[in-house]
Design a protein around this ligand. Structure first.
Ligand code: BDR
Ligand code: CA
Length: 324
């Protein structure tokens, strides 16, 4: 007997790597996507919604797509069009022809979907604004979320926006703080996991294109500006895919081959370290000397599972399977 598909909810600021993560989930035999909720981040929320709709259409999926927060909780939206292109999908003119967004706001949809599916798994691929708003409005949803995989953070302190911070957390640090303090069982997939051999190299890109189907082609072409920007930023050749790596770990937890549980706090006050994910790796906040500053965090949060290493061949195998 085959196991029933696990229910998942995806929150996304849909641009190029998000789109590949959506494809992986929509084509996986392991999960059923109950809802896709969209948040502002890489691009504005309307564009991100169009990008999500285009991707679900391409996959032939009828999953409902909901538009959510247009701005971070307290700050002006800063997008990543310099990386993903003006339209977030490499500026190739991808537009949805059939699907439209549901009339319900994403925050309401998150609460309703979780209430209707106790034990659901949630994955966030963008700034945490939608989820923070849902948790503020209905804190009781925490008990019905079995896992919360967060693509975000730079636990090794090598950010892609500032030296200290990764984009998703940096865009809306106040929201991230709410989510990390909410009591959710967070699995943190930091940006460092998508670099070096985890990125698709030119040979692997050619292998995907050789699959010779519209989904595989889209997965590569929508990442064209991302690949160029990644080369400028890191000097590395290839396509780095943070959101698909987080999705791979959601689909197959065994791909997380090294992780440990720690309290994580988000910097919201400093200019230099805005959005830094501060990981208490040595549990020094249990020490009296640090007690006062971390008291609220330790009282409210549960430690997050911070991933340090993934099974790289395993993640690439899963990606290839979903693009066939
Ligand atoms: C994250 O930021 C976005 O640009 C990507 O879609 C990913 O979610 C990586 O820092
Ligand atoms: Ca994203």
């Amino acid at each position: 007997m085959t196991a029933p598909r696990r229910k998942i909810l995806i929150d996304t600021d849909t641009a190029s790597d998000d789109a590949v993560a959506l494809i992986m989930a929509l084509r996986s035999p392991l999960v059923e996507v109950a809802a896709i909720t969209v948040v502002a981040g890489n691009v504005d929320v309307q564009q991100a919604t169009l990008n999500a709709l285009y991707t679900v259409e391409l996959c032939g999926s009828e999953v409902p797509v909901y538009t959510g927060a247009a701005t971070p909780l307290l700050r002006t939206l800063e997008t990543a069009q310099w990386f993903h292109g003006r339209d977030g999908l490499g500026d190739h003119g991808y537009v949805p022809h059939r699907r439209t967004a549901e009339p319900t706001h994403a925050v309401d949809a998150i609460i309703a979907t979780i209430d209707a599916n106790p034990g659901i798994e949630v994955i966030t691929l963008g700034p945490l604004t939608n989820l923070a708003l849902a948790l503020k409005r209905e804190p009781s949803i925490v008990k019905n979320i079995a896992r919360c995989v967060v693509m975000g953070g730079a636990p090794c302190c090598e950010g892609n926006v500032t030296p200290a911070a990764e984009f998703n957390i940096w865009v809306d640090p106040e929201a991230a703080r709410i989510v990390f303090r909410s009591g959710l069982a967070i699995e943190m997939i930091g940006w460092q996991l998508c670099r070096y051999e985890a990125a698709l190299n030119p040979l692997e890109i050619a292998e995907v294109l050789a699959l010779n189907n519209p989904i595989a082609e889209f997965a590569i072409h929508c990442n064209s500006t991302g690949a160029a920007a990644y080369k400028i930023q890191t000097g590395e050749e290839g396509i780095s895919l943070p959101d698909p790596i987080a999705m791979a770990v959601l689909l197959d937890p065994a791909l997380n081959v090294d992780s440990s549980r720690h309290f994580v706090e988000i910097e919201t006050a400093s200019e230099i370290t805005r959005g830094m994910t501060v990981v208490d790796r040595l549990n020094v906040t249990g020490d009296g000397r640090n007690g006062a500053v971390w008291a609220e965090t330790r009282a409210q949060a549960v430690p997050s599972e911070v991933c340090w290493k993934i099974d790289v061949p395993g993640w690439k195998k899963l990606l290839m399977e979903s693009l066939r």
